[in-house]
Design a protein around this ligand. Structure first.
Ligand code: NAP
Ligand code: MG
Length: 506
C-alpha cells in the first residue's frame, strides 16, 4: 500500500497510481464482502478510458443487510449513546488517518473521477479531513435548551440522532461529498449507509476502512457501491431508513421524494442541480480579476460543479472586453492528464458525460455564437488518447431562453449574455428553475447589498465566485433542493428535537 514516503522516490503519479490496490467490495458491519448475487460493475479512469477495477454491485439485498447492520449498531448504543467526547475522539482519529493516507486517497480520487492531482492533494483530501475535524470539534460543545415555561414546570429541548441515515452522492467530489454527509450524521450519533456514485466508488470504500480503523464501531458506517436504479432506489424505498441525504441531479432528487412517499415517509434532504449566474457590473475597477474568476467559476473541475457559474451576465459597456478576456483565458488553459501537476483542466467524468455535454455544445451552435472551444483538444498524448476530454467552451450573445442558458450542462461550457440595467441583470439571473448559487461583481457596496438580497440563491458570492467553507451552510432554493450541508445547520438534518416536560408538583 502506498504511503507518503513514495512521493520522494521519484515515481510519476501514473506509476504510483498503477501500484494502488483499491478496495472493491461492499463494506457492511465492519467487513468487506462481495454482492449477495456476486455481480460486479467496472469503474474507469476517465483520463485514459481504461478500466481501474471491478467493483461489487450492491443490490436490494445488500442494502437491506447494510440497513440491518446500521440499525443494530444504532440500537446497541455503542456509537449513538456514548458521550459526545468519545465520538469526538474517534472522528478526530479518522481525520488524522485521512491525512496519513492522503497520497493514496488523492490518487484514488484522481484516477476514479479524472480530478486534478494538484487539487485532490491540496483541496479534496485535506478538505475531507478538515470537515471531519470540524464536526468532531463541534459536537461536544452543543447545548440543549430550557424553555421559558415559567413557574416550577421544566421543559427541556434536546437533540437526538435520527437512527439510520442513507446518503446518496454524486461523482464530482466523491470524498468531500461523503464527508459533507457522514461527518455531521456520525457526529450526531447516527448510523449511516452510503451509496457512492457508480463512476467513483473507490475512495469511499477506503474511507470506510479508515473509519473502522479509527474506532467507528462495526455497522455504524456501511458503504454499498452500486447503481442508482438498484442500490440507490433500494435505499430510498427502505422502510427502516429514517432519512436520506442526497446530492445529485434534480431529476433523481425528485425520485427520492417519491420513494419516501411510497415507503415510510423518511425525511429527504436534497442538494440538486444549478444554473448559477455570475453578474458582472461595469463599476468593477479590477476587471482582469473578475474575468479570471469568471473563467475559474466555470472551468474548474471541467464545469462539473453543482454551483458552477455557468451563466455570465455582463453589463453592456464592458461586454466586448469581458468576452475577449474570458475567451483568451479559455484558450490558454492547459487541458490534459489530471495526473500531470501542470494540467489546469482534466477530462469529464465519463465518455457518457462527454457525449451529453457535446450535445449541449451542438445545441449551442444553433442558438448562439461559439467563441472558444467546443471540440476535443488536440495533442492529449498517448496516455490520454482514450480519455473523455473537451476544450473549455464559451458561447456569447446567448439568449435567455436558449437551451444552454436554461439547462444544467455540467461541463466546461459558459453562456455569456449582455444586460443594460441592474433590474435586467437580476431578472435574467432569477429566470431559472434553479437557485443554488450566484456571484455579483461590483465595487458599489449599496448595489452589492441590493442585488444579493434579490437573487434567488442559497449562496451569493460578492466579488468572488463559489464562496464555500465548512463554517457556512450550502444548499439551494427552488429546484436546487432544500436542507443545508456544512456548518452547524447541517446537524438539523440528522437530529430531531425532543421536548421533555417535567410538570411541577400540583
Ligand atoms: P445523479 O445522476 O442524480 O446521481 C446522483 C446519485 O444518485 C448517484 O449515486 C446515482 O447513482 C444515484 N441515482 C441515480 N439514479 C437513481 C435512482 N433512480 N434512484 C436512486 N438513486 C439514483 O447525479 P450525477 O450525474 O451523479 O451528478 C450530477 C448532478 O449532481 C448534477 O445535476 C449536479 O448539479 C448535482 N450536484 C449537486 C450538488 C449540490 O450540492 N447541489 C453537488 C454535486 C452535484 P449512479 O452513480 O449509479 O447513477
Ligand atoms: Mg471511475
Amino acid at each position: 500500500m502506498m504511503n507518503a514516503g513514495d512521493i520522494e522516490n521519484g515515481m510519476t503519479w501514473r506509476q504510483r497510481a498503477a501500484r494502488l490496490q483499491p478496495r472493491t467490495q461492499i463494506f457492511i458491519d465492519g467487513a468487506f464482502r462481495p454482492a449477495r448475487d456476486g455481480r460486479t460493475f467496472v469503474t474507469h479512469d476517465p483520463a485514459t478510458g481504461k478500466v481501474i477495477a471491478e467493483v461489487a454491485r450492491g443490490g436490494a439485498e445488500d442494502i437491506d443487510a447494510a440497513v440491518v447492520s446500521a440499525r443494530r449498531a444504532f440500537a446497541s448504543g455503542r456509537w449513538s449513546d456514548v458521550t459526545p467526547r468519545e465520538r469526538r475522539e474517534t472522528l478526530l482519529a479518522l481525520a488524522d488517518l485521512i491525512d496519513e493516507h492522503s497520497v493514496e486517497l488523492a490518487l484514488l480520487e484522481s484516477i476514479d473521477g479524472g480530478k486534478l492531482i494538484s487539487q485532490t492533494t491540496t483541496e479534496d483530501v485535506p478538505g475531507t479531513a478538515a470537515i471531519f475535524r470540524w464536526y468532531a470539534e463541534a459536537l461536544d460543545k452543543m447545548y440543549g435548551e430550557v424553555a421559558p415555561t415559567g413557574g416550577d414546570d421544566l421543559a427541556i429541548v434536546t437533540r437526538e440522532p435520527l437512527g439510520v441515515v442513507g446518503a446518496v452522492i454524486p461523482w464530482n467530489y466523491p470524498l468531500e461529498m461523503a464527508a459533507w454527509k457522514l461527518a455531521p450524521a456520525l457526529a450526531a450519533g447516527n448510523s449511516v449507509v452510503l451509496k457512492p456514485a457508480e463512476e467513483t466508488p473507490l475512495s469511499a470504500l477506503r474511507l470506510a476502512e479508515l473509519a473502522a480503523q479509527a474506532g467507528v464501531p462495526d455497522g455504524v458506517l456501511n458503504v454499498v457501491p452500486g447503481l442508482g436504479v438498484e442500490a440507490g432506489q433500494a435505499l430510498g424505498l427502505h422502510h427502516d431508513v429514517d432519512c436520506v441525504t442526497f446530492t445529485g441531479s434534480t431529476a433523481v432528487g425528485r425520485m427520492f421524494l417519491e420513494y419516501a412517499g411510497q415507503s415510510n415517509m423518511k425525511q429527504i434532504w436534497l442538494e440538486c442541480g444549478g444554473k448559477s449566474a455570475n453578474l458582472l457590473f461595469d463599476d468593477v475597477a479590477d476587471l482582469d480579476r473578475a474575468i479570471e474568476y469568471a473563467a475559474r467559476g466555470i472551468f474548474s473541475l471541467s464545469g462539473q460543479v453543482c454551483s458552477a457559474n455557468s451563466r455570465l451576465l455582463v453589463q453592456r459597456s464592458i461586454y466586448d472586453r469581458v468576452v475577449d478576456g474570458v475567451v483568451a483565458k479559455a484558450r490558454s488553459l492547459r487541458v490534459g492528464d489530471p495526473l500531470d501537476e501542470n494540467t489546469e483542466m482534466g477530462p469529464l467524468v465519463s465518455n457518457q458525460q462527454l457525449q451529453r455535454v457535446s450535445r449541449f455544445v451542438e445545441a449551442g451552435e444553433q442558438q448562439a455564437t461559439l467563441v472558444a472551444g467546443g471540440r476535443r483538444p488536440a495533442d492529449l498524448g498517448d496516455e490520454c488518447s482514450g480519455g473523455s476530454f473537451l476544450e473549455p467552451t464559451v458561447f456569447s450573445d446567448v439568449a435567455a431562453h436558449a437551451t444552454i442558458a436554461v439547462e444544467e450542462i455540467f461541463g466546461p461550457v459558459l453562456a455569456i449574455m449582455p444586460f443594460e440595467t441592474e433590474e435586467e441583470a437580476v431578472r435574467l439571473a432569477n429566470a431559472s428553475e434553479y437557485g443554488l448559487a450566484a456571484s455579483v461583481w461590483t465595487d458599489n457596496i449599496h448595489r452589492a447589498r441590493r442585488v444579493s438580497r434579490r437573487l434567488s440563491a442559497g449562496t451569493v458570492s460578492v466579488n468572488t465566485v463559489d464562496a464555500l467553507d465548512v463554517t457556512v451552510p450550502f444548499g439551494g432554493v427552488r429546484q436546487s433542493g432544500f436542507g443545508r450541508d456544512l456548518s452547524l445547520h447541517a446537524l438539523d438534518k440528522f437530529t430531531s428535537l425532543k421536548t421533555t416536560w417535567f410538570a411541577a408538583e400540583s
